[in-house]
Design a protein around this ligand. Sequence first.
Ligand SMILES: Cc1cc2nc3c(=O)[nH]c(=O)nc-3n(C[C@H](O)[C@H](O)[C@H](O)COP(=O)(O)O)c2cc1C
Length: 398
Amino acid sequence: MTSLPTYEEQRAAARRRLPHMLFEYIDSGAFDERTMDLNRADLDRLRLKQRVMRDMSDLDLSVDIAGTPSSIPVALGPVGFAGMYARRGEVQAARAAAAEGVPFCLSAVSVCDYEEVRRDSGVTPWFQLYIIRDRAYMGDLIDRVVGAGAETLVLTVDMPLPGIRHRDTRSGLYDTGLGGFSRQAWQGICRPAWLWDVFVRGRPHGFGNFAAAIAGKKGLGDYWRWIRENFDCSTDWDDLSWVRSRWPGRILIKGVLCPEDGVAALDAGADGIIVSNHGGRQLDSVRSTIDVLPGVVAAVAGRGPVLVDGGLRSGLDILKALAAGANGCLLGRAWAFALAAGGESGVVAMLQALKAELRVAMTLTGCTALRDADRSLLDTGSPPLSNLYGSGAGRGSL
Ligand SMILES: Cc1cc2nc3c(=O)[nH]c(=O)nc-3n(C[C@H](O)[C@H](O)[C@H](O)COP(=O)(O)O)c2cc1C
């Protein structure tokens, strides 16, 4: 049997390969990182319920994730700057997703733009966007991406301003001037394999989808500055109507963390929602996504798909998320580290590991089809779990 990579192994390999500030950028959360840790801790507290002596010879892992057929209930979620983790990283990740039959979502803040990813991977990615201050540019970008064939828009709404991430300021990520440049250069020199493969051979490191807006500038620092200047705290649900009027396809609202906002998103014209706290990178001390998920699912009451992300690292985590009511899952750090560790084949290996883990978990919980997963897969009898979900089976029956 070939050995399957674990999350921790790929994270460690990424740490060895990436300049310190890039590893920290992926690995870190906001403030004291309590919510980031809680995403994991609450998943770990959930217990699966083992069932035996059922005919499990025919398993169906496939689902439809918000209108996109997928081999497993997983999509590669939006992760910014992937082109700095591996050479033309967004293209490599999209190829891996295509090879394993799962959707890929391109972050707005990518190194490779939408057209390049589509052309060089052969897939039509989902596209993620923030509501940016420059609405004229945003409108043009939407038209451009729709023109290139995009069907699913992930509109991220939990970033009206950037979270406070201490590890990024400590690592020198945002440093400018000669001091900042020499610090960043030194971190690159300490990682010669990355320096040659990504920094030299992976050029141009452009501003991706925002290249026209940031014309005339060159450095990553200029990119950060433009992004920070374009966050917009004035957005409300009326802005979704405006986006809706320009985007003919599906719109998923990413960043919902309470039942009221889930309902509001659908009332405002979204097709589905993504329960997310941005991997604990925005507001710290909010609840974990697996904790709030059942309440959101109950409130939404089947009006649209409910996806979830945050701390998902293994096939067992995916099964737990489905059992708690999700219609599909997004991965963040798991694929970013896999990409940094091994490029396209690293992401393929990670997805294959998820599939193998899912098979074991399904077989020993008596789940023959993932689309039918429900609360009965969870053991609600153990003391720690009863605090998180109480007892009872079935989707959304809190
Ligand atoms: C390095 C990094 C960059 C990210 N960039 C984006 C982004 O550009 N757009 C977005 O909507 N979410 C972004 N996210 C959040 C992810 O889409 C996702 O919500 C989060 O990573 C899920 O948690 P997990 O990493 O624990 O799986 C980013 C996350 C990380 C780790």
